[in-house]
Design a protein around this ligand. Sequence first.
Ligand SMILES: [Zn+2]
Length: 447
Amino acid sequence: MTTMTAHRLLGLLVITVLAAAAAGNEVTSNVTLDVNDIPQRYDEAQLWRIYNISEGMQQKVPVGEVLENKFGGNIWKENSKFLDISISKDHLKGARSFLSAHRLDAEVLSDNIQSMIDEEMMEGISGSTAADGMRTKKATRSNMHWKDYHDLETIYGFMREIRSKFPNIVRLYTIGQTAEGRDLKVLRISENPRENKKVWIDGGIHAREWISPATVTFILYQLMANWENQPAHIRGLTWYIMPVMNPDGYEYSRTTNRLWRKNRSASRRAQCNGVDLNRNFDIGWNGYGSSTNPCSDTYRGSSPASEKETKAVAEFLAKRKYNLEAYLTYHSYGQMIVYPWAYKAVKVKDSAVLQRVASLAVDRIAQKTGSTYRAAVTHEVLGIAGGGSDDWSRAALGVKYVYTVELRDRGAYGFVLPPRYIKDTALEGWTVAETVAQAIKTSSDKP
Ligand SMILES: [Zn+2]
């Protein structure tokens, strides 16, 4: 058992003790406890899928908003076809009657979100223990593997290890710090930084989408495990890789609230911290699909790029836009590969090319793992939303291959994807990166 695994078991213990203390009125007087630090539990909270939301909308009832504001709901996913939302135990009855009053029905995807979270953790611990056993033989330094989700320090340790193994082609940047003082780290892999075309890959913009940093670290591993034998169209590119764009939110989702989405920057309202970084970029910022309310999960922030994470990434990329051919950002869930625009209901001029490359990736994924992904324009399948990093990279930097990849699953577990699915899902993410690399090669081959 690693210290990290022990730490997580300890975390579980602390959560249990806190829950017991809360239940039994045993409050220790000498501890000052910020409400934001109390671990959030989801005992008997349910995950619902509600169809035909637009019919509710015709009755001028924004169903998601009402469930969020009046019934403490937590929106997991909202698109043109359905709304996935979790409702705590205490609000189930009220939310049900609200729905039936509007002739809507909810399909129960999960009847106890806390047990999903607990199972995810226990499965990860046993996966880590198995990986530890293998590691004693191999004696690698990093604790990285893909049988569990990892904390930020393990991910950063892995990035440092890659740099020290490949000092001639790898650079590790700290491009800024978060509100809570954590480093924002980006790796560059390149044999010829001056001339190569560039690909940017990021993950972890949204804290709770744990499969995203897991996938991006896997992509890094796929590149470097066999770098010497990679095909020319992969070795001939400069790769920028940022596995965790939102470190504060990510750690908060690991220690305190598994379903946290935003970053952790302070707000005037103490219990409503955080900005949705994927609504904070300077493109259609003032438009649809984001909120001006700091308590909302899609709060856009006080101004475009108000957040340290957004600013650091935007400034880093703006300086490197020459030859920047691809911007790939990994999210979950939904199994989709989507491309601009998201902030308006218009396709980009070269959408036929983007659709073709995305469809090719979809076909390859189906062959490799059997999973069904969908290739589409963002606004058509996810609705209109401004302030996204993907749109910004196209509008501000002129990047051609801009894709947001919504990884597994399609709602069975949502954000709480059990660790046994990490490897295949990450392979799907890698397949997208590979396909785009090939497309860059093909388009530059043409006279
Ligand atoms: Zn996301």
